[in-house]
Design a protein around this ligand. Structure first.
Ligand code: CA
Ligand code: CA
Length: 243
């Protein structure tokens, strides 16, 4: 029997793009860590909900609410949003699961260890703790080919819009497109939620759509902001040649 499922174990993807070589990349929002950039391959398992990010038992374990004692009705405080697990809900370490088809992400935004505090006082106002979590809320991904009018050195990169960091992250790929090269470079910082990003055909201009409203982390300490600089706009970042 044929299946229409191309790949699975995917959590919350808002961005997908093909490279000119035909490789499919997808960004994915993690639970409260480990947003991911994935190279999507046919028939492979991307881990969710057994694994978030890498299979490393770091700040995530699968709380299986479907197996809770007494069913979902018996679960107290399900709103803890993964930062704590109510009694009666079985928890499985990432290392307790395996699948030969599992694929780790190309990159995470970000992986932290088990000592990370998910209740940073900087984000205590209005209980906006999620703003301080080690995630970027990737909304979209575009492929940057480069070109004569493009930014030198940016060829063969992915541009990933963030809803909660006011940033486009640029990730350079290796020539085969199988590996990220170096760290993600944060670009175009502003107090905006970046919803979608596209590149002009000549590579010179990057257009970014912003959300109308919402919150994000800003400044040095990542404190929440709710007043956006350019709500509901298309921003254009144009490369005008070497500095
Ligand atoms: Ca994954
Ligand atoms: Ca993990």
């Amino acid at each position: 029997m044929k299946s229409h499922v191309y790949a699975w174990g995917i959590r919350n993807t808002q961005g997908m793009v093909f490279s000119p070589a035909g490789q499919l990349y997808a960004t994915e929002q993690g639970p409260n860590t480990d947003d991911e950039l994935n190279l999507i391959l046919a028939g492979r398992n991307y881990g969710w909900p057994n694994v978030a990010g890498y299979k490393d038992n770091a700040a995530y374990a699968y709380a299986n609410y479907s197996k809770a004692e007494g069913g979902c009705e018996g679960v107290k405080d399900p709103a803890a949003n993964g930062t704590s697990v109510p009694p009666g809900v079985p928890v499985q370490k990432e290392s307790a699961w395996s699948d030969p088809d599992f694929v780790e992400p190309l990159k995470t935004f970000y992986t932290v260890d088990n000592s990370f505090s998910f209740k940073d006082p900087v984000c205590a106002d209005s209980s906006l703790y999620y703003i301080c979590w080690p995630t970027v809320a990737p909304s979209s991904v575009a492929y940057y080919k480069g070109g004569k009018a493009g930014v030198p050195g940016w060829e063969n990169s992915l541009l990933i819009g963030s809803l909660k960091r006011g940033t486009i992250y640029r990730v350079r790929l290796d020539p085969a497109g199988h590996l990220p090269l170096g760290d993600a470079e944060p670009l175009f910082r502003s107090v905006n939620r970046y919803r979608d990003v596209v590149v002009s055909a000549d590579g010179a201009t990057i257009y970014v759509a912003t959300d109308v409203e919402g919150s994000l982390g800003t400044g040095e300490n990542g404190a929440p902001a709710t007043r956006l600089e350019n709500p509901g706009a298309i921003l254009a970042f144009k490369y005008s040649g070497a500095r």
